[in-house]
Design a protein around this ligand. Structure first.
Ligand SMILES: CC(C)(COP(=O)(O)OP(=O)(O)OC[C@H]1O[C@@H](n2cnc3c(N)ncnc32)[C@H](O)[C@@H]1OP(=O)(O)O)[C@@H](O)C(=O)NCCC(=O)NCCS
Length: 224
């Protein structure tokens, strides 16, 4: 079944949201840390989560000039979207002051917060983004950053993730720049296999007892 890498278009976001009305719970394209901070048990909450998340991505698609949204479709399966990624090109390097606002949840009172831990979500992303200027060195130099990567669970292991990551790796090589990412537990080994190297200590988000709630490895490509 041939896979094809394409830029996302505006209507893709609504298509992805709509799929969560019928797909098995959790078989969606919601990227971490949202699933960690908003676990879902039924179709209604899975749809609410996807709607919240993907509508924000749609807004960013229109407004954030640094963002490149990509999808991999299965040409033998009605061009259904198997995975998506968001790469960024920062021509003046990443600046938390300029770009940090994008990741705030802007908590919406219409969302049921019994399951949605938006404070943890904002804490994870703020720590991730604030630390960038300390390890994506030299600070404020042009770079590529991968911030969103997810393949539908039923499509995993077919090379979708690799296609989405390699797009940005090739951009980095062609432009003579570095590509960076903060890898969750599921992605770390894959990125290392694909050529990324780890930089320094992992970013750890802990609760008040010191227990690790979320961790991210800081990674760079190429390593030299
Ligand atoms: C991480 C993730 C994006 C990988 O996507 P994917 O489309 O399965 O990735 P690929 O198929 O390109 O690569 C998976 C690798 O595992 C291997 N693999 C083998 N069997 C597999 C299986 N059953 N499931 C997954 N991977 C398998 C593949 O061969 C491939 O190895 P290779 O790079 O040596 O060829 C996907 O697991 C995911 O969406 N996870 C949840 C979100 C997440 O954690 N995102 C990353 C945040 S940093």
């Amino acid at each position: 079944m041939p896979l094809l890498l394409l830029p996302m278009v505006f209507s893709d976001f609504d298509e992805i949201i709509a799929q969560t009305r019928t797909a098995p719970v959790g078989n969606d394209l919601v990227a971490n840390p949202v699933p960690t901070c908003w676990p879902v048990k039924d179709q209604e909450s899975a749809h609410a989560r996807a709607k919240w998340h993907l509508e924000r991505q749609r807004e960013r698609f229109l407004q954030d000039k640094t963002a490149f949204y990509l999808k991999v479709v299965d040409t033998d399966d009605n061009f259904n979207i198997a995975g998506i990624a968001r790469w960024h090109y920062y021509p003046e390097g990443y600046s938390f002051e300029t770009h940090g606002h994008w990741e705030k949840s802007n908590w919406d009172t219409s969302v049921d917060t019994t399951a949605w831990n938006w404070e943890l979500h904002d804490r994870i992303l703020e720590l991730r983004d604030r630390s960038r200027e300390s390890w994506m060195l030299p600070a404020k130099s042009p770079c590529w950053i991968l911030t969103h990567l997810v393949t539908l669970p039923e499509q995993r292991g077919r090379g979708v993730g690799k296609m989405l990551v390699q797009w940005g790796m090739e951009c980095a090589v062609k432009s003579g720049l570095k590509a960076y990412l903060e890898a969750g537990v599921m992605g770390m080994d894959l990125y290392a296999r694909w050529g990324f190297g780890t930089v320094g200590e992992a970013i750890l988000i802990k609760d008040s007892y010191g227990q690790v709630l979320f961790q991210m490895a800081k990674m760079v490509y190429p390593t030299k």
